[in-house]
Design a protein around this ligand. Structure first.
Ligand SMILES: Cc1cc2nc3c(=O)[nH]c(=O)nc-3n(C[C@H](O)[C@H](O)[C@H](O)COP(=O)(O)O)c2cc1C
Length: 186
């Protein structure tokens, strides 16, 4: 079974997008799609980037743990809010921190906002940075509009049938990429 790491990018007090990370974890596990864990950037509280991990002489155990979890994940879902038409600094912080760890890693973007457009303005900028670092960004999108009404605090979708259908289609693309990569590696 593939292992999916879900990066919950918001470190904002009272954040809402974390609900979407909770939803994905449960959806993946309950449907036996794979194993899943949340890499919570609010729990890690990484300092603002000052050098890539490979050039750090004395990396913290938390940075090493995060890097190891990205390496071991067969796929990564980034759940990110939209702030002023872009992604929060917290996610760029960890994109820049690693290097080889991202390369050819199947990565899905899930954008969240409390407006009608589901944070979709994040996609092009985050996609470009992930492409630059040679991650393998899946083509499926998972925009979440009206986040506070769409999910409760435990990550339950208000409209479960519709949300599950979308999640299934989204994860199908990720699984295709994971499977293709595994075949290439023999
Ligand atoms: C600094 C800031 C900027 C925001 N800019 C946008 C925006 O450009 N577009 C949008 O749809 N929502 C915007 N929002 C609303 C967020 O989408 C909403 O607060 C959402 O819940 C953020 O995710 P979070 O709660 O996990 O931090 C902004 C919120 C903050 C705090």
């Amino acid at each position: 079974m593939p292992h999916i790491a879900i990066i919950s990018a918001s470190v904002r007090i009272g954040r809402v997008s974390h609900r979407v990370a909770l939803y994905f974890k449960r959806f993946i596990e309950e449907n036996s799609i794979g194993t899943a864990e949340i890499l919570d950037l609010n729990a890690y509280q990484f300092p603002v980037f000052n050098e890539r991990l490979k050039y750090q002489s004395n990396p913290t155990p938390q940075v090493l743990e995060f890097a190891d979890k990205i390496v071991k994940a067969d796929g990564v879902i980034i759940v990110t809010p939209e702030y002023n038409g872009g992604y929060p600094a917290s996610i760029k912080n960890v994109v820049d921190l690693l290097y080889a760890e991202w390369q050819r890693k199947p990565v899905g973007i899930a954008t969240v906002s409390d407006g009608n457009f589901g944070g979709t303005q994040v996609i092009t900028s985050l996609l470009f940075s992930l492409w630059k670092i040679r991650a393998w960004v899946i083509t499926a999108q998972f925009p979440v509009p009206n986040a506070d009404e769409s999910f409760d605090e435990a990550g339950n979708a208000t409209n479960k049938a519709v949300t599950d259908k979308r999640a299934n289609a989204y994860l199908k693309e990720m699984l295709w990429c994971i499977d293709a990569k595994m075949k290439m590696q023999g």
